[in-house]
Each structure stands twice: as C-alpha cells, then as structure tokens.
Write a protein that binds this ligand. Structure first.
Ligand code: BTN
Length: 246
C-alpha cells in the first residue's frame, strides 16, 4: 500500500465501487484508508442512482473513524476541501460551493460526493471529480462539466494528494477551533448567499432568501421575515429556478 500523509492508499485499475471496496480495509482501529480506481463497474451516486465515472476522472473513497454526530460538519469540510483544491491549482477558476455538498465550476457540476456509514464508527466518503470528462447526466439540473473542459489540467494523483492535505488541515481546524472557522470559509465561497433562491423539498418548493447555514449544517431560508431551517433539499438559483427536480 502507498501512503498519502498518514492515510493508507490503494489504487486500482478497475473495481466495482470504491465505496464498497474500502469496506474490506476497515476494522483496524485507528486506520485511515483511501481506495481509488481508474474505472468503476458499479459506481454509485446519491439517491440510488448510478455514477458514470468517465474516463480519466478521479474516483476515490476515504474512510476514517469519527462520531457520526459529526456528519453534518463533515459534509462542509469535504466540499470546502474540494473547492480549495480546485482553487489551489487554478486560483482564477470560477468555482463556487453549493449547499449542501456540491462544487460548481462555471455554474456546472464538477464533482459528486457520496457519504455512507461504514462498520463501527467509520465514515466512508466517496468522491468523483470530473478531471477529464463530464459524465452523461441528462436529467441533472446543473449540467456536468470537467476541469479539462474549463482549461484546467490536473492529474489524478496531484488532485488526490492536495485534496487529502486540505481535508487534514480542515479537520485539524475543526478539532482545534470548532465549526465556526469552517462555516465562515464555506459561506465566503458559497453561491447565492443573500440572494433569492428556490429550494425543492421532497413534496414542495419554497422560495426565499439564502440567509446562511446553522451549526448543524441546515440551510437558513428567510421568508416573510421568518428564518426557516431546511435539512434536505435542492437549491435552484434565479436563472434556473424553473428546472425540475434532480
Ligand atoms: C452524486 O450523486 O453526486 C454522488 C456521486 C459519487 C460518486 C463517487 S465516485 C467514487 C465513489 N464510489 C462510488 O461508487 N461513488 C462515489
């Protein structure tokens, strides 16, 4: 096994899903693991969808032990670290965060994040980054793009190493100073703060001003002078408010 910082890292040519494969490594208490692959035959996305990895893209999962009460904070740390990685390589890139856990590049989807509970206290985070190709996503409200299509060339290993380093730094910041500095950085780089947005919930849509997020990661939506907390939903900005559900 190779190493990135203090993570054990296994890279594959082809495998089913990195989120499944990493389960074989868990169990050594205190272990921190990364599994990556060039191709997945059973890549999974959120809400039971499949994930077409696309050739030349970075597909990986990492797992470590953490209380599941930290899940909300982890979502912010992961998306922030992805955002910071893109900005590290391409400071002028038009990258923005999108609640709850997306990163947009020129307003388009650049990666996907799938968090799942592993055995014991392990949290598994699976990430697909469109380095080279934009996967086909005909129904997605945010069309996918790739870093290469936006003129940003980064290889798999460099992206992964920088991401893990950024993630480690943000995790340390969380343990030393709590969620506040993470939340501040995240809010500085999120799209649409203070603007009118539409949030699609399971059964209804709500329109209001994107007021912020609370310490549990809930979206704060201001409607008729009241602040509502939203725990799950899809955000639509003004120019794509008429799009259907994801
Ligand atoms: C989404 O639906 O936006 C999340 C997609 C997550 C895809 C990644 S690719 C690496 C890891 N392994 C999987 O099977 N899924 C995640």
């Amino acid at each position: 096994m190779k190493k990135i910082n203090d993570w054990q890292w296994q890279d594959y040519e082809t495998l089913g899903s990195t989120n499944d494969e990493i389960c074989r490594y868990l169990g050594v208490s205190g272990g921190k693991f990364i599994v990556s692959g060039k191709r997945q035959t059973k890549g999974r996305g959120r809400r039971g969808r499949s994930w077409d990895g696309g050739l030349g893209n970075l597909l990986f999962s990492f797992a470590f032990e953490i209380g599941l009460d930290k899940l909300g904070e982890m979502i912010f740390i992961v998306s922030l670290s992805l955002y910071e990685t893109i900005k590290f390589f391409a400071p002028a890139a038009d990258a923005k965060l999108k609640w709850p856990n997306d990163v947009l590049l020129s307003g388009k989807k650049i990666c996907g994040i799938l968090m799942e509970k592993g055995s014991g206290n392990y949290l598994i985070t699976g990430i697909g980054v469109n380095l080279a190709t934009a996967p086909q996503m005909p129904d997605a409200p945010y069309p996918p793009t790739s870093l290469a299509a936006e003129g940003i060339i980064i290889n798999r290993k460099d992206f992964l190493q920088t991401f893990m380093t950024q993630f480690d730094k943000n995790l340390l910041l969380l343990s030393q100073q709590g969620f506040a500095p993470i939340k501040t950085k995240w809010l500085q780089n999120v799209r649409g703060l203070g603007e009118e947005i539409t949030v699609n919930l399971e059964k209804e849509s709500r329109r209001g001003v994107f007021f912020g997020v609370d310490d549990d990661g809930a979206l704060l939506l201001k409607r008729q002078e009241k602040i509502e907390k939203i725990y799950a939903g899809d955000i639509f900005y003004t120019e794509n408010k008429d799009k259907g559900k994801e």
